[in-house]
Ligand binder design. Structure first.
Ligand SMILES: Nc1ncnc2c1ncn2[C@@H]1O[C@H](COP(=O)(O)OP(=O)(O)OP(=O)(O)O)[C@@H](O)[C@H]1O
Length: 579
């Protein structure tokens, strides 16, 4: 419940609408409630006494009430929708922004599928619940109480029937609402499972085809789909039983009213119009109870969604900017002093006691076996994660003294997996620097050896990259991702295994271009290939999160066993060491 309450701040700007909507609904319900009484008067005082002017007068009143009711109902719908749609849009926006500012460790707390469901169906669920709450929640209880009150005041002879019918109706509705609430929760979980499966299968469609696992995946999907179907049927059946059951109870009430009414009419203690009005009010009472239960059911379904939304919105970013940040521009010296880091604080650190220093303009090569911690080291520089122990300094100042935007603005980071957006090549590269000119764009493309293939495309820089960049090769993607970092002309350039899919001739040209164009930048080159880092001013050799060697290629070749081993395996494989 705490979670639901934490979302009420999103309702605040729309509070006037949220108040007007139920008020308009009160108007509609009030008009609905007077209709059977008017009808009763028409029958008993107009038709029975053949008083045509009175009947006409009452008809006029009925039409007036109907029009006022119509205005109330329409107004309620408009304001309720306005409130709920704006409320949902604000939450969606906030969720998106929160997720965008998530640190990597924040992201690790949620799966991608869950975050997408959060922004789409969870918000939709809240919107629907709020609309119903504003539209029907007032209607249900107000109709219910109003109708009982009117029967008590105007048809007391028939009131005992309500004393039997209403508790039976209320109890059966409460019972079924509770039951279906639990079932709908299970339906929601099954929908989540279907969504996750679809996402997983679509993302991995190529692997599925390559490994001929289509029937296996279809089988898995069938299982989750069948679970969803079964749960939906169960939930629907409950609703299906509730409807005829309540109708049966109401019908029994009507029969009782007619029977009791007939006796009373014979004794002249009641008039026919009163019986008809009573039947109408009985139907209203049933409608009021049913609509209240529908709202309660919708709210019960929206609570888990609200909890999930509140969990994402309440996720505290662990990586925040300094309150009084350093304002001097970053030159690029980077120093690690006994740095240790673990992704999961309960597990062993993936980086242990790392120390090194990089001066502005230097190139640092990082090499080691798969999983030795190479990427983890460079991820600490733009503060994608914060170190647990030790210190990282930039230009002699602790990294946490910088404003995050300043820090990251000074870094050109190309991650291991080249991520491109479904935009033009120009937009993708300029993502690194929106202010860059066309010359700078060409320069960056040339530097990453991307220009040679971009020039061959019909639309050149305006070529549209498809979703997931499926219309580009692995090497082309890596080149564009590097161009994005180059166009920044950053003080610190980080290339995390960015040439794994680039041919060796192009790689050499890229290395040369980096040396020429980024002379003053501090460069971090992560690779498992000796050829990519051998010219570095300093090479860090990593093994299981520990720096086991540090020096130039020549020095390490002379005195570092792990490095010698890497070199020898790559020589054996016919590597490109002796160019
Ligand atoms: N987001 C993460 N959450 C938990 N553990 C992680 C995460 N990223 C990496 N690791 C773990 O940290 C260790 C070091 O990973 P890292 O990516 O730094 O290695 P690497 O040397 O760059 O490997 P590779 O050459 O395969 O890219 C590995 O054991 C890996 O499983």
């Amino acid at each position: 419940m705490q979670a639901v309450l934490s979302l009420k701040k999103y309702l605040k700007p729309y509070m006037p609408f949220a108040i007007i909507a139920p008020l308009m609904m009160v108007l509609e319900v009030a008009m609905d409630l007077v209709q059977p009484t008017i009808m009763q008067h028409i029958i008993d005082n107009g038709i029975a006494k053949k008083d045509t002017p009175y009947v006409m007068q009452m008809f006029g009143l009925m039409i007036l009430c109907a029009v006022i009711g119509l205005i109330g109902g329409a107004g309620c719908s408009i304001y309720a929708s306005k409130t709920a749609i704006n409320f949902a849009a604000d939450i969606r926006q906030d969720l998106y922004e929160t997720i965008t500012y998530f640190s990597n460790s924040n992201k690790d707390h949620f799966t991608l599928g869950k975050l997408i469901t959060n922004i789409t169906s969870d918000v939709e669920m809240l919107q629907r619940a709020l609309t119903m709450l504003l539209k029907i929640f007032v209607r249900g209880p107000f109709t219910f109480i109003g109708a009982i009150l009117i029967v008590f005041l105007t048809a007391r002879e028939l009131f005992p029937i309500l004393l039997v019918v209403v508790p039976i109706l209320a109890l059966s509705i409460i019972f079924f609402t509770k039951l279906s609430g639990n079932l709908f929760l299970k339906v929601q979980e099954a929908v989540d499972a279907v969504n996750t499966k679809v996402q997983e299968n679509l993302a991995g469609i190529r692997v599925i085809k390559a490994y001929n696992r289509k029937s296996h995946q279809i089988q898995q999907f069938t299982t989750v789909n069948e679970t969803l179907m079964k749960r939906n049927i169960q939930a629907d059946q409950i609703i299906g039983i509730l409807m005829p059951l309540t109708a049966f109870v109401v019908n029994m009430g009507i029969i009782a009213a007619l029977w009791l009414g007939a006796i009373k009419v014979e004794n002249s203690t009641i008039e026919v119009g009163v019986i008809l009005a009573f039947i109408n009010y009985l139907m209203m009472i049933m409608g009021g109870l049913m609509s209240s239960s529908a709202v309660l059911m919708q709210i019960a379904r929206a609570v888990p969604s609200a909890n999930r939304i509140a969990a994402v919105l309440g996720e505290q970013s662990e990586i925040i900017s300094a309150e009084h940040p350093v304002t001097t521009p970053i030159k690029g010296s980077v120093e690690f002093d006994r740095v240790s880091f673990a992704y999961n604080k309960n597990n062993e650190p993936v980086l242990k006691n790392i120390s090194f220093k990089a001066e502005p303009g230097e190139t640092i090569g990082i090499i080691g076996m798969t999983g030795s911690g190479k990427s983890s080291i460079v991820k600490l520089i733009p503060r994608m994660f914060d170190a647990d122990q030790g210190s990282i300094k930039i230009d002699g100042r602790p990294i946490k003294d910088y404003d995050l935007q300043t820090l990251r603005g000074a870094i050109g980071f190309t991650p291991q997996k080249a991520t491109l957006f479904s935009r033009t090549i120009e937009e993708n590269v300029k993502y690194g620097n929106e202010e860059a000119s066309l010359e700078e764009l060409i320069e960056a493309l040339e530097c990453s050896c991307a220009l040679e293939f971009v020039e061959k495309l019909e639309l050149r820089e305006q070529y549209m990259v498809t979703q997931g960049a499926t219309n580009l090769s692995g090497g082309q993607k890596q080149r564009l991702a590097m161009a994005r970092a180059f166009i920044r002309k950053p003080a610190i350039l980080i290339l995390d295994d960015t040439t794994s899919a680039v041919d060796s001739i192009s790689e050499k040209r890229i290395q040369q271009a980096i040396e020429e164009n980024f002379e003053d930048s501090t460069k971090f080159i992560v690779s498992s290939k000796i050829s990519s880092i051998r010219h570095a001013d300093k090479i860090l050799v990593l093994d299981d999160g520990v720096v086991v060697g540090q020096g130039t290629h020549k020095e390490l070749l002379e005195n570092n066993k792990p490095y010698q081993e890497i070199v020898s395996t790559q020589l054996v494989r016919g590597g490109t060491l002796n160019e």
